[in-house]
Design a protein around this ligand. Structure first.
Ligand code: AMP
Ligand code: MG
Length: 341
């Protein structure tokens, strides 16, 4: 299969109509969103959705997020939309927030991986919105990477993983948020954060009051333990390089890294810290700016592999605000390996 490449703007009606046609015909398209690039298919077409799992090598029990372009589209996809859903949508849609709700009969089993619920999000990226509108159907879209590798934040990342496996990719430039959406379930007794992302826990609590945090956000699930969000149980977001989080003040981090220096050793640090490190440094955002860390994390993880790094020592992100999402992803990239210094 030849993967078509579109570098377009939301005003490019002709190209958008083509992309919409590919999706309506059951094809797969890599699309830009504000979080990461998505691998989109018609969410109402079980056969099209099945192709997503095939192209990514995604485990069948990991459900997909359905993307809509306007709030009223939600009603056909869910059995009930509680007040909390409307309140969250009012505050944070369009944006990097996914809500889990009881699913309607329109949702194919392949989308929900057999669960009784469906994940729905309204992206804010103008091209994502234009593509959903051009398709005329809601789009199921997980991240557009091969399963297990870091999520793509540029069209080139999508091509690196998916060239020849999907019908097209639409280039919308680098993603603004850089990590996947926040996932909250409203289908449980109390609202619970399943995956941190661009909409922070603090922002969710500002609207809903109490929000629980699923154990899997910061802890490794025990073997056989059931995951509320199936995606959290996989070793996700991981480069081939062995990543170790080194937690402590910068001076102690630097001396730990320098003691372990070697030809295939690297540092995943913050901008401006490179000069104190005697290994190759991959700066990933600014120390006191978690949003910039989120924006650069996956690109930095991919860069480690491109450079042939065997072991990378990473700074430990602060857990407040968007930092919780950076910490959650990095923990998985490091397979939960943390050294305290
Ligand atoms: P991705 O699109 O690759 O970022 O993955 C989607 C994430 O949403 C995964 O972590 C899924 O496990 C999670 N997810 C999707 N649908 C559901 C659902 N119905 N219940 C719980 N988690 C879900
Ligand atoms: Mg993913």
């Amino acid at each position: 299969m030849q993967t078509r490449y579109y570098a377009i703007t939301p005003e490019n009606r002709q190209a958008l109509a083509e992309v919409g046609g590919i999706l309506r015909a059951g094809g797969l398209v890599g699309i830009p969103t504000e979080t990461v690039y998505g691998l989109a298919a018609n969410a109402l077409d079980g056969a099209a959705v099945a192709k997503i799992f095939q192209a990514k090598g995604r485990p069948q029990d990991n459900p997909l997020i359905v993307h809509i372009a306007a709030f009223p589209q939600l009603y056909a996809l869910v059995r009930e939309a509680p007040m909390q859903a409307a309140a969250l949508a009012h505050a944070y849609w369009p944006g990097p927030l996914t809500m889990i709700l009881p699913k309607s009969r329109l949702i194919p089993d392949a989308v929900s991986a057999g669960l009784d619920t469906v994940a729905v999000r309204m992206p804010s990226h103008p091209l994502a919105q234009a593509i959903i509108q051009a398709a005329g159907v809601p789009l199921a879209a997980p991240s557009a990477n091969l399963s297990g590798s870091p999520s793509p934040t540029t069209a080139q990342h999508v091509l690196d993983d998916m060239q020849g496996r999907i019908d097209a990719v639409v280039d919308g430039g680098p993603c603004e948020v850089g990590v996947e959406s926040t996932v909250i379930t409203l289908a449980a007794a109390r609202p619970r954060l399943l995956r941190p992302g661009g909409i922070t826990l603090e922002q969710l609590r500002a609207v809903l009051g109490e929000v629980e945090v699923d154990r899997a956000v910061e802890q490794q699930l025990a073997a056989g333990e059931k995951a509320a969000s199936p995606g959290m149980k996989y070793k996700h977001y991981a480069p081939a390089a062995h990543v170790v989080i080194v937690r402590g003040p910068f001076e102690r981090y630097a001396s730990y890294v320098n003691r372990h220096a070697g030809p295939a050793v690297a540092a995943l640090c913050y901008e401006g810290e490179e000069h104190a490190l005697r290994v190759r440094a991959f700066p990933c955002g600014q120390r006191d700016d978690p949003a910039s860390q989120a924006r650069h994390l996956f690109d930095a993880l991919r860069a480690l592999d491109d450079a042939g790094v065997k072991t990378a020592y990473a700074r430990c992100p602060e857990k407040s605000g968007v930092g919780l999402a950076v910490y959650n992803r990095l923990l998985r990239a490091a397979a939960f390996e943390i050294v305290d210094v």
